[in-house]
Write a protein that binds this ligand. Structure first.
Ligand code: ADP
Ligand code: MG
Length: 277
């Protein structure tokens, strides 16, 4: 190697590229410069090719980091979401929202309502994944987990900082908002979060309960009203009012040939109540 490139100190070049945080160039320069020498590339061409490669890899690494930080549940994509199961939802609209466009710039929200098993978490995670792939930063969390974290921050007098830190996410996905418990509601950290993000940063919220039932999520009716008001001011609302997807697929399987319908019904009902949890 040193015989081939007597004019540079390879070890020092590697150190300099590390110092400049150019890991791709550090990894590929020997291969690129060898080819350049063999094929007689002009020096400027070689430099441009190396720089280009660094940029391509940098974009890929960035998306990988954003995917890790997003904490999305695995395996939930738009490709494996069956839109036929939710005829009231426009696939075109979901696709447009998943591209990011204006709604994230405006800090608008998306709210998914529907009974358990209807596909709210799947759709939320799939849209989150698409947005990360389109260059946005997303955090997916169970609402109760985030509220717990914010309550700790409040006790440590760092609530404002904790909420500000979430500003780096273009979209915060709060799954199962209606699972917030009465004692969690009392500290009103969720309201603080909603008020801070209002018209600044977007939220995607899923809930089993319609707004009318949100009284237990916030400390008092006035705060509930104020929270809902801010959330819906710029919001798209989807209602996935469908039977549990798992229940339906389980029933379709049971309906297969060779099974007496009477037995299938009993077994299905039992399976469903377990699998919906
Ligand atoms: P919810 O959050 O509304 O309770 P989930 O999104 O957790 O429902 O859906 C329950 C299960 O059914 C998940 O495994 C999910 O991937 C699957 N599922 C629900 N709806 C669909 C759908 N339309 N297409 C494909 N899978 C679905
Ligand atoms: Mg869910």
């Amino acid at each position: 190697m040193s015989r081939k490139r007597p004019q540079v100190d390879a070890a020092r070049l590697a150190l300099m590229l590390t110092e400049l945080r150019l890991p791709t160039m550090k990894a590929v320069w020997p291969e690129f410069t060898d080819r350049a020498d063999q094929e007689g590339w002009p020096a400027a061409h070689t430099l441009a090719a190396l720089t280009e490669q660094e940029l391509v890899d940098r974009a890929r690494r960035r998306i990988e980091r954003h995917l890790t930080e997003a904490q999305l549940p695995p395996g939930k994509t738009l490709a494996n979401f069956d839109f036929d199961a939710v005829p009231m939802i426009s696939k075109a609209q979901v696709m447009a929202l998943s591209a990011g466009d204006r709604w994230l710039d405006e800090g608008a929200n998306l709210i998914l309502f529907g009974p358990p098993g209807g596909g709210k978490s799947h759709l939320a995670a799939a849209m989150g994944l698409a947005l990360v792939e389109n260059g946005f930063r997303v955090l997916y969390t169970r609402t109760t987990d985030l509220v717990q974290r914010l309550q700790v921050a409040r006790r440590e007098l760092t609530l404002e900082t904790a909420i500000q830190k979430l500003n780096k996410y273009h979209l915060l996905i709060l799954d199962d908002l209606s699972y917030v418990t009465k004692d969690q509601a009392e500290t009103s950290v969720l309201f603080e979060l909603i008020a801070t993000r209002y018209e600044q940063r977007s939220m995607l919220i899923t809930a089993n309960q319609p707004f009318g039932e949100w009284g237990k999520i916030f400390p008092d009716p006035a705060m509930t009203l104020a929270a809902v008001d801010r959330l819906v001011h710029h919001a798209t609302i989807f209602e996935l009012n469908v039977d549990s997807y798992r229940r339906r697929t389980a029933m379709e399987k049971q309906r297969g040939p060779g099974r007496p319908a009477s037995r299938a019904t009993i077994k299905t009902t039992k399976d469903v109540s377990l699998s919906d949890n």
